[in-house]
Write a protein of this length. Structure first.
Length: 356
């Protein structure tokens, strides 16, 4: 009985202290984001075409600065408790976060390759088949992005192609830096210091997925079918798991940022074309089909690397459903652990809604 209580206690104890650090970091990001209420408006008028790219650029820079700053603060605030809880040696969590952005002469080719493989073998096929079977998702995207409302941060989708393409590149690179820094760079990577790495993957990915399901509750989409935000949730939860596993294993953030950004640009290219009056068929023919051909070529050329990656990935994912011998976990406690991960993922999502 003592072992049972100890196992359950450890499951929640590690997650609670990680959650305390999440609160610290998210509160710090909230403080930094107060700058967004002032600086963009001082530089350009809110009606300017440059406002949206500038807003997202400043937001990306702020989160990259806020996370290591408040990780440093957290190290002092929670240091006594962390000595008992950190699974891996805790050597400057701030530097560890910033190191994820490092690209060296030795590894830049491999980081770019991983980014390309993620883009062509995960993102593009997933989006293509989603739009193929649910073409109305393009229309839902235009509604969910709220592009027609005054003050919308996505109104660049209504501009001519030249302004659109410049804006979408800047905006989506910044969006990807923001989301990957928060969900993979901090939640998944830092979470793996407190708990089993796959638990950190699930928590961060579930929170990431709920962020996209949240579109269901906006005033302009609340009356639309639930299938569309549910598809977005399943897509982002699945992709989040893959990205988080790679970031934790390789300690590289660039591949995730690259694949995420380029895919968003391609997706919004499809949305822009849809807004010009084109249905999915010409978009599939001229945009996705050439990309899928590249996907097939890469699948053939990189098959040994892909097989090795899949083998490691399935092994790591399978370990999540085994009893954790480090805390003498039983089968019942494993179920509690898995449920706890989804619970904490949901709570972290709610905190992000309030503070970020």
């Amino acid at each position: 009985m003592a072992k049972t209580k100890s196992s359950i206690k450890l499951i929640f104890k590690h997650r609670l202290y990680f959650f305390l650090e999440v609160l610290t970091i998210y509160f710090g990001v909230f403080i930094f984001f107060l700058i967004l209420l002032v600086i963009p408006n001082l530089i350009v008028d809110v009606s300017s075409r440059a406002y949206e790219p500038l807003y997202f650029l400043i937001r990306a820079l702020l989160i990259v600065a806020a996370i290591p700053t408040f990780l440093f603060v957290s190290n002092f605030a929670l240091e006594p408790q962390k000595k008992e809880l950190i699974i891996k040696e805790d050597i400057s969590s701030s530097k560890k976060f910033l190191a994820l952005f490092s690209i060296s002469e030795k590894n830049y080719k491999y980081q770019l390759l991983y980014g390309i493989l993620l883009l062509f073998l995960v993102f593009i096929p997933l989006d293509f088949f989603t739009y193929l079977f649910l073409p109305d998702l393009l229309e839902y995207s235009t509604i969910a992005l709220n592009i027609y409302s005054p003050g919308s941060l996505n109104s660049y989708l209504l501009e001519n192609y030249g302004i659109f393409i410049i804006s979408v590149i800047i905006v989506q690179v910044c969006v990807s830096i923001y989301e990957e820094s928060r969900d993979r760079g901090f939640l998944a990577n830092r979470g793996s210091d407190y708990i089993h790495s796959m638990s950190a993957v699930i928590i961060s990915s579930f929170s990431f997925g709920l962020g996209h399901f949240n579109y269901m509750f906006t005033p302009y989409t609340i009356d639309l079918p639930i299938i569309y935000p549910l598809i977005w949730f399943l897509q982002t939860f699945f992709v989040g798991i893959i990205l988080a596993m790679i970031v934790i294993r390789k300690r590289w953030l660039f591949p995730a940022i690259f694949a995420h950004a380029v895919n968003n640009i391609i997706t919004l290219q499809a949305v822009w074309n849809y807004l010009q009056g084109n249905d999915f068929f010409p978009i599939a023919l001229f945009l996705y089909c050439p990309l899928l051909i590249i996907s097939i070529i890469l699948l053939i050329l990189q098959s040994p690397r892909i097989k090795e990656g899949l083998s490691i990935g399935f092994k790591e994912f399978g370990s999540y459903f085994k009893n954790d011998i480090r805390i003498k976990e039983t089968s019942m406690h494993k179920i509690v652990r898995i449920l706890a991960d989804f619970l904490f993922g949901a709570i972290i999502f709610l905190v992000s809604i309030l503070l970020m």
